[in-house]
Design a protein around this ligand. Structure first.
Ligand code: NAG
Length: 226
């Protein structure tokens, strides 16, 4: 039995190497919630192709880490597979900046060592950026679309994952990345229009499935102005 398992392990490992399949451990996160392209006619997600003016909660910009390396500080958050019990936003705090619970007031999770909070308007376009982390291949993804879930609750507490799933406002193609050989650190992203909401601050969740039932999420507050 044990021997069989070991043989199976070796076989799978060899297969992965031979087929060039990406490492399954690599996980992504929302690197930027409000990315502004330098040249909207030639949209680029690369560092030199724009800048980020809105971030997830407690995003540690002061650490100046290169794009796509923030998994070293546990920036990613793997949720429970069951949306009835899954915590929408990381509550772990087991690495600088990885605690994405709602701050009170929400503005406390932004500014200083953290990134800025997103400020936008209804109908405005928000462009969200993430690192490929070896997974920007349609053939390896069961669901290639990132959910953008936007709470309908204004200036209020975070809602549950089940409630967030009733408020998916966009589905962005995870595999839309910059060309390049580095399949781990390629920059990817997608844009969507801010839906109708009364002025106020709302929870925005980026949620992506790596393997079956293996979800990752990032949370941000966005201020929708008149
Ligand atoms: C995360 O942040 C919240 C709000 O500031 C705080 O109450 C909580 O203790 C933090 N959690 C951890 C694990 O640091």
């Amino acid at each position: 039995m044990v021997l069989k398992t070991i043989v199976a392990f070796v076989a799978i490992g060899a297969l992965a190497v031979l087929s060039g399949a990406p490492q399954t451990e690599a996980h992504s996160w929302a690197d930027c919630i409000d990315w502004k392209f330098k040249d909207p006619k030639k949209p680029s997600w690369n560092d030199n192709g724009g800048r980020c003016i809105g971030y997830a909660r407690r995003y540690p910009v002061a650490l100046n880490m290169p794009f796509g390396t923030q998994d070293k500080i546990f920036r990613y958050f793997q949720q429970d597979a069951d949306p009835r019990v899954a915590i929408p936003c990381s509550n772990r705090g087991d690495g600088y900046g990885s605690n994405e619970t709602r701050a009170d007031p929400v503005s406390k999770a932004y500014g200083g060592n953290f990134g800025r909070m997103t400020t936008t308007t209804v109908g405005d376009t928000l462009c969200v950026r993430w690192p490929a982390k070896n997974h920007a291949f349609p053939q390896y993804l069961i669901d290639r679309f990132v959910q953008i879930n936007l709470s309908p609750v204004r200036n209020g507490k975070d809602i549950t994952q089940l409630e967030l799933l009733k408020n998916t406002v966009a589905k962005l193609d995870f595999t839309k990345c910059m060309p390049g050989a580095d399949i781990d650190l390629k920059a990817c992203g997608g844009c969507f229009k801010v839906p109708r909401r009364a002025p106020g601050t709302y929870l925005l969740q980026w949620r992506w499935m790596l393997d079956q039932g293996q979800w990752y999420s990032s949370c941000a507050d966005i201020k929708i102005k008149k």
